[in-house]
Design a protein around this ligand. Structure first.
Ligand code: NAD
Length: 290
């Protein structure tokens, strides 16, 4: 049974994964190379747990117990005793491979390794580790405490026992697992991110303003968030990385990332996490940036 969980990367996904795992009774250590990210992650988790308490979803005792089960560290050495490590660092293959190269020698041979990648080949990442049979894709959705789905993606070498252990863990975390084959972007992002990219093309070509494009999809397709609002939620760097992986992985021009998306990323306007993307979040209400 998985009890000791390591989470690498304390960004918006890492902190969400740590939140639900600590609440489910696992002992969690979060690692990030940027100390400020660890502080920010702990603050977010505390704030999000407090909101759950105020809504009657979580008891005050459960919140306190969850916070006690959470620790942070600046180096991967703190993850040596883990039963499972979930990698949720920046969506960049070289960064992820470097983390696995450093992490694997520190882990017990029986420890499992999962990646929260949105799009990169699980088989290829697994091959960069010393344990492809104990490696799996465990793809959560943002914000993790609220979203029910987790996609489970087996690499070519993933063992049945690994899949079964991670499937059981998804249930313990209160998530509904859906199994996807290991093709670029899996299921949800394969459909969602090209839609977002198309919305950005519509903006780029002047078909509509940010407000009209989002209103059209909310009112016309009954989406709870417009595609540009959703892009800001996901992170524009992540959206661009997912499009690039599909563009290369399928070698199909229909996945060509919109140049305007690339421009926003070049500007460092990455969405909610940096305070500005298609909307500016510095005021009381988000306002469109074009
Ligand atoms: P983020 O930018 O919020 O966080 C990434 C974190 O990784 C940062 O805190 C960064 O400091 C840290 N990091 C970078 N290099 C590191 C290293 N060598 N060691 C330890 N930490 C390191 O990004 P995010 O949105 O949390 O995404 C993280 C992963 O989750 C990506 O693979 C992304 O594709 C995936 N994902 C994102 C979403 C989403 O909606 N944002 C949904 C599902 C999966």
């Amino acid at each position: 049974m998985i009890q000791k969980l390591g989470v690498v990367g304390a960004g918006q996904m890492g902190n969400g994964i740590a939140h639900v795992a600590a609440l489910a009774g696992l002992d969690v250590v979060m690692v990030d190379v940027v100390p400020a990210q660890l502080e920010k992650a702990l603050k977010s988790i505390e704030g999000n747990l407090a909101r759950q308490v105020s809504r009657g979803k979580v008891s005050e005792d459960a919140k306190a117990a969850a916070l006690k089960r959470l620790a942070t560290a600046g180096t991967l050495a703190a993850l040596g005793g883990s039963d499972l490590v979930i990698e949720a660092a920046t969506e960049n293959e070289a960064i992820k491979k470097k983390i696995f190269a450093e992490l694997c020698p520190l882990l017990r041979p029986e420890a499992l390794l999962a990646t929260n990648t949105s799009s990169i080949s699980i088989t290829r990442l697994a091959a960069a580790t010393d344990r492809p049979e104990r490696f799996i894709g465990m793809h959560f959705f943002n914000p993790v405490p609220l979203m029910a789905l987790v996609e489970l993606i087996r690499g070519l070498a993933t063992a049945d026992a690994t899949y079964a252990a991670i499937h059981a863990l998804a249930g313990r975390l209160g998530k509904t697992p859906v199994t996807a084959q290991d093709y670029p972007a899996f299921i949800a992002n394969r459909v969602l991110v090209p839609m977002i990219n198309e919305a950005i093309y519509a903006l780029y070509e002047g078909v509509g303003s940010i407000g009209s494009i989002d209103a059209a999809l909310k009112l016309g397709a009954n989406h709870p968030l417009g595609p540009l609002e959703l892009a800001d939620y996901i992170g524009l760097d992540t959206c661009l990385a997912v499009m690039q992986v599909m563009h290369e992985g399928f070698a199909d021009s229909k996945y060509r990332p919109c140049p305007l998306l690339a421009k926003y990323v070049e500007a460092g306007w990455l969405g909610r996490k940096t305070g500005k993307g298609f909307y500016d979040y510095s005021g009381e209400k988000p306002t469109p940036t074009r």
